[in-house]
Design a protein around this ligand. Sequence first.
Ligand code: HEC
Length: 98
Amino acid sequence: MKKIAIAMLFAGSTLLMADGAAAYAKCAGCHGANGEKAALGKSAIITGQDAAKTLEQLKGYKAGTLNQHGMGAVMKGQVASMDDAALQAVSDHIAAMK
Ligand code: HEC
């Protein structure tokens, strides 16, 4: 039983990482494959940014309350259809970038 639980735990975390990478695919066009670009010449470089900070920003964009460089609406459109789990997964993915 214990072994199965551990195996499931590993499978689960691998899935989560894959989800984060998949969710980030649509972000890469603006932010770069490793978050190294200033999106549309405006955003901060997000490579390796703390996951909690990213999550808070993404929730702010989704709620329409965050607009740091006058382009919050662009980001709102990006995250509008993502649920909390997807926002968390993509935030973790960004935090792991180098
Ligand atoms: C169409 C281009 C575009 C796409 C695609 C895009 N972004 Fe952005 N992103 C921006 C712009 C422009 C800003 C600056 C918004 C503002 O004015 O606050 C930004 C800001 C951000 C910030 C805050 C950075 C800062 O300046 O502090 C994060 C984090 C972020 N985006 C993550 C993402 C994630 C995750 C995705 C994919 C789900 C994504 N973005 C997709 C253009 C884009």
